[in-house]
Design a protein around this ligand. Structure first.
Ligand code: E4P
Ligand code: PEP
Length: 364
């Protein structure tokens, strides 16, 4: 449990077994899962890695606050569906990171939960065997083990926090998190963020509206009291301190992209008018690339040009990238290192554009 949150167990009156039985509708069944405390005990974070993560959170904060002039780059697969290819990717990123670290702070996307527009595979946590069996106990363990292995390579980790109950299984491992376009408007997610001791980006809505993200930032900055679970899985009254490290993520919307100079300036002016620190990250993917992963390099180039022309509110970018270009449908015959959710830019292209971006920034 992090320092910005405290939990008080809610006293539950014992329910008569028959009443409990009767209250479970036939359209639902439940199976117990390990608690966050049990999983953390099984897959602990050692002190050296915990200190590394604290330092990485500070480094991300410094970039977002503009104290460190580098650009934050949240980069990695749209979703992780295979631990081997994710580690292969992480090893390559860990080699690149120090070579561009004078200009770029690289953070790896380790996305293990996926929000879906309607239905579809919901991520490694939900269905690690990729067959609809929904082995979430294994999904949680596999995801935590993988995140620990990536952290051991020295990389800071990012994820989208989708199901608030899942956050407690991983939040000690993260240096950055996103609240996605489909959940920025949710009070429950804003409450969750208000108790996280790490920087969190709120994405604009899928319709392109920035208002839900700026409302979210204002809400999450406040202390909250909300329903949750404690580390042992008991219902709890959670009291949060508020999170001062939130920021806006521009991801485009139904009307089109919003990474261009006019949109960024207008977003900045909107934040300043509300008295919110103008810290903006551009997601080069999603509606900013019209869902064509090979358009991400052009979006990144545009962001770098804006930075070089003095747009200081731009503090970071996000890229969806995997070992190989594109995406594939979920099947029993998957190609190694290719996304099974949104299309990604392959490693070769990713490495090239990150080296180019660093070089352009160096040249000023
Ligand atoms: O980043 C991933 C997707 O854009 C998001 O999960 C929605 O996916 P879907 O529209 O394919 O369901
Ligand atoms: C789902 C994602 O993005 P968005 O919420 O912008 O659709 C994502 O980054 O994986």
């Amino acid at each position: 449990m992090n320092s910005s949150v405290s939990v008080l167990p809610i006293t539950v009156q014992p329910l008569h077994a028959i009443a409990l039985e009767a209250s479970v509708p036939s359209s639902r069944s439940t199976q117990p899962l390990p608690t966050p405390a049990e999983l953390r005990q099984r897959l602990p974070l050692d002190i050296a890695i915990a200190q590394q993560i604290q330092a990485q959170r500070q480094a991300v904060r410094a970039v977002l606050d503009g104290e460190d002039p580098r650009l934050l780059v949240v980069v990695g697969p749209c979703s992780i569906h295979d631990a081997d290819s994710a580690l292969d990717y992480a090893q390559r990123l860990a080699v690149l990171a120090p070579q561009v670290s004078d200009q770029l702070l690289l953070v790896m996307r380790a996305y293990v939960e996926k929000p879906r527009t309607t239905v579809g595979w919901k991520g490694l946590v939900y269905d690690p065997h990729l067959d609809g069996s929904g082995d979430m106990a294994e999904g949680l363990a596999l995801s935590r083990r993988l995140m620990l292995e990536i952290a051991e390579l020295g990389l800071p980790l990012a994820t989208e926090l989708l199901q608030p109950l899942v956050a407690g299984y991983f939040d000690d491992l993260l240096s950055w998190a996103a609240i996605g376009a489909r959940t920025s408007e949710s009070q429950i997610h804003r409450e969750l963020v208000s108790g996280l001791d790490l920087p969190v980006g709120f994405k604009n809505g899928t319709d392109g509206s920035l208002g839900i993200a700026t409302d979210a930032m204002r809400s999450a900055a406040h202390p909250h009291q909300h329903f949750g679970i404690d580390g042992h899985g008991r219902p709890a009254l959670v009291q949060t301190a508020g999170n001062a490290d939130t920021h806006l993520v521009l991801r485009g919307g139904h009307q089109g992209p919003n990474h261009d100079a006019a949109s960024v300036q207008s977003a900045r002016a909107g934040l300043e008018k509300l008295g919110i620190a103008a810290r903006i990250l551009v997601d080069c993917s999603h509606a900013n690339s019209s869902k064509d992963p090979l358009r991400q390099p052009a979006v990144l180039e545009d962001v770098i040009s804006q930075r070089l022309s003095g747009q200081e509110a731009l503090r970071g970018v996000m890229l969806e990238s995997h070992l190989f270009d594109g995406a594939q449908a979920l099947s029993c015959d998957l190609r190694y290192g290719v996304s099974i959710t949104d299309g990604c830019l392959g490693w070769e292209g990713t490495e090239r554009i990150l080296r180019d971006a660093a070089e352009r920034l160096r040249q000023g």
